[in-house]
Design a protein around this ligand. Structure first.
Ligand SMILES: Cc1cc2nc3c(=O)[nH]c(=O)nc-3n(C[C@H](O)[C@H](O)[C@H](O)COP(=O)(O)O)c2cc1C
Length: 337
């Protein structure tokens, strides 16, 4: 059943409009600096994240595994991550934990020498019996440097067969966060301040905000027959709002949800993210080839370089001090929260 669901998710995300109706990155404007600081070609885009050096502040965010189509996608993404020297997360490894025959659809990424390889398990499973054994298996399966624990309760609530138990989730995860490098991750509805404070106190190592602006899993489940998906299509916290509301916690932040280009990436970092996570716009290219994935990422890298140059910074590190204006719906969020 999980295998079929994986294929359905890929098909729906590749073929249907599953974007949230408002992209909040459009509500952020970076301030231009008339005289740049350094030659554009000398702008430094490499960063250190979770103790690893990435050539660019980009992580290919969690998407798939658990089906032979997913194996091809993961291989093309991994090959691109290796060539560019960026990070990558696989999709939820639950399918392979429950059916070891599917392991190679994830472990294929371990053949590629990328600087940061991230595994992925769903938080709801830790309310239903998952524990240390599953975390260990997920790490070993792909030789992971860290593991995403994804919180996707919006999706589970809409999904006809969803897991909506919470149980002793907090206690279970707090125990694991003491031993393993865990990243708390949403899947498009955003990490809240309350949750982030829990993650920080529990010892999670980073947060992947995955807020509203891009892929809506309520929309994905609507196409799978979850009627309420239409009503909850835009539910959640805007991605840039999440970054702004979490940055004073001083946890490493992955800015994600609706990043479409290098300018969005620059905005996410200017607001307080350390790196960005990019998912759905890489799905179709990854169904074709490594070269197609690299083409999209090279475009994003070029746009990011232009943005850093034009705000008068010499590096991604300095981009964090960029001045910006917040307008429109995002400004409303900041006024009321
Ligand atoms: C086809 C597809 C499958 C996904 N599967 C997972 C998953 O298994 N685990 C997870 O943590 N996030 C998953 N996500 C969510 C993404 O990692 C990301 O948080 C979200 O899509 C927002 O980013 P985007 O707007 O760039 O797509 C998936 C996204 C897509 C498009």
């Amino acid at each position: 059943m999980i295998e079929n669901r994986k294929l359905e998710h890929i098909k729906i995300c590749a073929d249907k409009d599953v974007n949230s109706h408002h992209n909040y990155w459009n509500d952020v404007v970076l301030k231009h600096e008339t005289i740049p600081k350094v030659d554009m070609e000398n702008v430094e885009l490499s960063v250190e994240f979770l103790g690893k050096k990435l050539n660019y502040p980009i992580i290919i965010d969690a998407m798939t595994g658990g089906h032979k189509v997913a194996k091809l996608i993961n291989e093309n993404l991994a090959a691109a991550a290796e060539e560019l020297g960026i990070g990558m997360a696989v999709g939820s490894q639950r399918a392979a934990i429950e059916n070891t025959k599917l392991e190679d659809t994830y472990s294929v990424v371990a053949k590629y020498d990328m600087p940061l390889r991230i595994g992925n398990l769903g938080a709801p499973q830790f309310a239903l019996g998952y524990g240390e054994e599953e975390v260990k298996k997920a790490i070993e399966m792909i030789d992971a440097h860290a593991i995403d624990i994804h919180f996707n309760y919006l999706q589970e609530a809409i999904q006809p067969e969803g897991d909506t138990k919470v149980g002793n989730l907090r206690e279970n995860l707090a125990e694991l966060a003491r031993k393993y490098k865990l990243i708390a991750k949403e899947t498009g509805a955003g990490i809240s301040r309350n949750a982030a404070e829990f993650f920080k106190n529990a010892g999670f190592k980073a947060i992947d905000v995955s807020g509203v602006s891009g892929t809506s899993f309520a929309a994905v489940e609507y196409y799978r027959g979850g009627e309420e998906g239409k009503l909850f299509w835009d539910w959640g916290l805007p991605a840039p709002y999440c970054i702004l509301s979490l940055k004073d916690l001083n946890m490493p932040l992955i800015g994600s949800g609706g990043i479409r280009n290098g300018l969005d990436a620059a905005k996410a970092i200017a607001l307080g993210a350390d790196v960005v996570g990019i998912a759905r716009i890489l799905l179709k290219p990854a169904m074709k080839s490594k070269e197609d994935v690299i083409k999209v990422l090279e475009r994003i890298i070029k746009e990011l370089r232009i943005a850093v140059f034009l705000i008068g910074a010499e590096s991604v590190k300095e981009l964090k001090n960029a001045k910006y204006v917040v307008r429109g719906e995002l400004a409303q969020w900041l006024r009321h929260c």
